[in-house]
Design a protein around this ligand. Sequence first.
Ligand SMILES: [Zn+2]
Length: 119
Amino acid sequence: MGFKREDLGNHKCCVCHQGVAHGGGITFYRLSVERFMLDVQGIRQTAGLEMHFGGGQAGAVLANIMGADPDIAQPLTDKPITLFMCEDCACMKPKPLALLVEEACPTDDSNDEAKDHTG
Ligand SMILES: [Zn+2]
């Protein structure tokens, strides 16, 4: 899906915070980012069932057929986080992805006391 003029004007580069076409650039990136956390209970349940069925490839196949096949990782956000990045920043050295996501969604880790808001 493309962008209308008024839509694109609302999006800034997540690295340099300028317009995505600043400096005469004609290309930019739209990034869809999802962060997941492994589900230890789901992993244990899956591994236990595989062992129950003898382990190895056969155990994994049988566990997949006979078990509940639980998710072993869960998304940490309801929907993907959308980031925009200008061509210059995409070609240079961007900030770490985790920092870009945090800046885009500052309330996600509001309970994290170790977070440093000073940048
Ligand atoms: Zn940029």
